[in-house]
Design a protein around this ligand. Structure first.
Ligand SMILES: CC(C)(COP(=O)(O)OP(=O)(O)OC[C@H]1O[C@@H](n2cnc3c(N)ncnc32)[C@H](O)[C@@H]1OP(=O)(O)O)[C@@H](O)C(=O)NCCC(=O)NCCS
Length: 340
């Protein structure tokens, strides 16, 4: 006999969101003074106009904790009631302890377990998918999912191929059980580890332990084959979107808002073109650049606070990143439906 309420899945969804970015702004004209580039080149190829840069001593965990507190406020849940903290990041404060543990301590989520997920820019979608499954399976009830990065700390500010693209920030969402229905309609995740060399930070791990030599060679910086990553991103945006729509049994017209990973305006335009509805594709890449795992939750929080999301709206998230990884999710917006 199945025990009641033990093995049956329940619905789960996002009960609150928050975002935090550093105050410091680095615009394209500042970059013109640092590397051989121009505002025109950057805007034409990427759509990015400025990005936020953490000040000295401002850590990934600081941005993550600020975003987390705002998400908890938004959901009217106290930190002591959080039972799991997941941080998606490629720029934790240090290799260990995990960024999630540092955040758990900073926000006072004393009853929560905590760990990081490393899935590059897809990290938030991976973390959200896992959080949803754990709440649906009744394992946890209040899961904080955070995407947080200080990419400025791993960018080579002399490499024009990469330094113009990235920025710092954090976004968070609290996942809770739902009384009726589900807050995640479908989700797909993928990876191709055979192509991981297209986007790496090679130094500081077991392959190239930190040494004077690794620093001299710049192995502690992002290394990227931009052209190939771009081709991968185009294909992924299209394929992952199709796959998650198929899984949900929905058509593109059924989606109210698309929040793609904010890597490049040309990719966002491609999403808009395929959807035939540019107004449905959220973009803030001009203001923040690519903030990796933080980009989707920052955009989701902005969209929510700007009133772009109403009850039962379907929101499509789609991301790609280092790994290589990709992921997509279709949410049902249900923030106002949460039970105690
Ligand atoms: C990086 C990216 C914007 C470059 O645009 P592109 O149109 O592919 O440009 P290319 O790489 O072909 O480079 C063209 C030229 O511009 C130059 N260039 C690169 N960065 C430049 C910059 N910031 N300013 C001026 N010129 C630049 C290159 O050196 C190259 O010059 P060359 O032909 O003399 O060698 C693009 O490839 C991209 O967006 N890739 C995906 C990156 C990404 O999203 N990464 C994160 C994934 S999560």
């Amino acid at each position: 006999m199945v025990e009641p309420n033990v093995r049956t899945l329940r619905g789960a969804g996002i009960a609150g969101t928050g975002a935090a970015v550093p105050e410091g702004i680095l615009n394209n004209f500042d970059l013109e003074k640092m590397v051989d580039t121009s505002n025109e080149w950057i805007v034409e190829r990427t759509g990015i106009r400025e990005r936020r840069i953490a000040r000295d001593g401002e850590l990934t965990s600081d941005l993550a904790a600020r975003a987390a507190r705002l998400a908890l406020d938004d959901a009217a849940v106290s930190a002591e009631d959080v039972d799991l903290v997941i941080v998606a990041t490629v720029t934790p404060d240090m290799p260990f302890p995990s960024c999630a543990c540092v955040v758990q301590g900073k926000i006072g989520a004393s009853k929560a377990a905590a760990f990081d997920i490393g899935a590059g820019c897809t990290g938030f979608v991976y973390a959200l998918s896992l959080a949803h499954s754990l709440v649906a399976a009744r394992r946890y009830s209040n899961v904080l999912v955070i995407g947080a990065e200080t990419l400025s700390r791993i960018v080579n500010w002399r490499d024009r191929n990469t330094c113009v693209l990235f920025g710092d920030g954090a976004g968070a969402a609290l996942v809770r059980p739902l009384e009726h229905g589900d807050g995640v309609i479908a989700c797909i995740l993928g990876a191709d580890g055979t192509r991981g060399d297209l986007l790496t930070l090679p130094g500081g791990g077991s392959a190239h332990p930190a040494s004077h030599d690794t620093v001299d060679q710049g192995l502690h910086y992002i290394h990227m084959q931009g052209n190939q990553v771009y081709r991968f991103a185009v294909r992924t945006m299209v394929d992952a979107t199709r796959e998650v729509l198929d899984k949900a049994g929905l058509a593109e017209d059924d989606i109210d808002l698309v929040i793609p990973h904010q890597a490049n305006q040309r990719l966002l335009d491609l999403a808009a073109e395929r959807l035939g509805a540019p107004e449905k594709v959220y973009s803030n890449v001009a203001r923040f650049g690519n903030t990796s795992a933080a980009s989707i939750p920052i955009a989701l929080d902005e969209a929510s606070r700007a009133g772009r999301l109403k009850a039962d709206d379907r929101v499509l998230l789609v991301a790609f990143g280092a790994g290589l990884t990709w992921g997509a999710a279709i949410l049902r917006w249900c923030k106002d439906e949460f039970r105690e």
